[in-house]
Design a protein around this ligand. Structure first.
Ligand code: COA
Length: 326
């Protein structure tokens, strides 16, 4: 079977309307707008209402992506949802989304932390490249506000809720030119949600010890992030047969402006080549790279033929990068 080129046929994103600023957080924990902004670059984030789950945000992003691809849910061959905040353990959020959309195709979830969207794009691309499917909906959706410890100032200021959606399909020109995936399970402890799974099922103790919330060693994650952003980017560009100078736009995972600036310095790439919207959304985990791609597109930063590097890192520890020719 011939290998087919795979590209982006449509894109969408959705953020819940409620804005929570750094000043709002000053009223919840001992922090300040000045501390948050200088350490992270974040000004505000979007937070879902209590009755909104990941599939609800994913649905909104998916509808926009389907419209932009000129497809209906019935045209979909597969749905992959990358998330660390599924609606529930099972059924998969992809199946809940399939039902909401009125699609009939198979679907499954993928867990790779904030690298989730890049992992999911690489998985979806295989099905199209080998001819098994034509139209795949890949979603990065998160309601991180539901697993944030709102008493922990070292983490609650960093994250936000969002969903992004990409429709993959066969293309004649351009498309994905490389994928790089990586993991270091030994570093998993640096960023985890300890309880609620089979290791520590929910109990009175796990709840009273607040073990159902994100725990993170920020400094070590920072060092890891800066290193893998550089290494994964260079590897993906090399695999694509390109050099750094060929890349028109860098779309990094939107975790912290200092991580992005350090990566830009290490790569010796001007900072304005890196798209940034984390000031308005914070870290939206697997939604972040797709949300940035969507906004970059609508801001006119992407044209036909543009060469885009997407790069992310996250819980696992995981990392991923890809080069996409638009
Ligand atoms: N407001 C005010 N002070 C805070 C604070 C907050 N929201 N959060 C932490 N602090 C305090 C700490 O308690 C510490 O105080 P101490 O020195 O008295 O102990 C001090 O600020 C400095 O903390 P430190 O951890 O050194 O800050 P930092 O410069 O490393 O920045 C992060 C902290 C979390 C912003 C940074 O480490 C980071 O972004 N790491 C990567 C996290 C990430 O991207 N995670 C997601 C991966 S997908």
């Amino acid at each position: 079977m011939p290998i087919r080129k795979v590209g982006v046929r449509g894109i969408g994103a959705y953020t819940p309307p409620k804005v929570v600023t750094n000043f709002d957080l000053e009223k919840i924990v001992e922090t300040s707008d000045e501390w948050i902004f200088t350490r992270t670059g974040i000004r505000e984030r979007r937070i879902a209402e209590p009755d909104m789950a990941t599939s609800d945000l994913s649905y909104m992003a998916s509808k926009i992506a389907l419209d932009s691809a000129n497809l209906t849910p019935g045209d979909l061959d597969l749905i992959i949802v990358a998330t660390v905040t599924p609606d529930m353990f099972f059924p998969a959020t992809a199946c809940i989304l399939q039902d909401k959309l009125g699609a009939t195709c198979p679907g499954f979830d993928l867990s790779a932390g904030c690298s989730g969207l890049i992992y999911a794009l690489s998985v979806g691309a295989q099905f199209i490249a080998n001819g098994m499917y034509d139209n795949i909906l890949v979603v990065g959706g998160e309601t991180l506000s539901k697993i944030i410890d709102w008493q922990d100032r070292s983490t609650c200021v960093l994250f936000g809720d969002a969903a992004s959606a990409v429709i993959l399909g066969p293309v004649d020109t351009g498309g994905f030119r490389s994928f790089v995936l990586g993991a270091d399970g030994g570093g998993g402890k640096l960023l985890e949600l300890p309880a609620g799974g089979s290791r520590l099922p929910a109990s009175y103790e796990t709840i009273s010890q607040r073990l159902h919330f994100i725990k993170m060693n920020g400094r070590d994650v920072f060092k890891f992030a800066v290193r893998v952003m550089e290494e994964a980017s260079l590897e993906a560009i090399d695999k694509a047969g390109l050099t750094l100078k060929d890349i028109d736009l860098f779309i990094p995972h939107q975790a912290n402006i200092r991580i992005i600036e350090s990566a830009a310095e290490r790569l010796n790439v001007p900072k304005d080549k890196f798209f940034v919207n984390l000031d308005r959304y914070g870290n939206t985990s697997s939604a972040s790279v797709g949300l940035a791609l969507y906004e970059a597109f609508w801001e006119g930063k992407i044209q036909k033929g543009s060469k885009i590097l997407m790069v992310g890192f996250g819980a696992g520890l995981t990392w991923g990068a890809c080069v996409l020719e638009w």
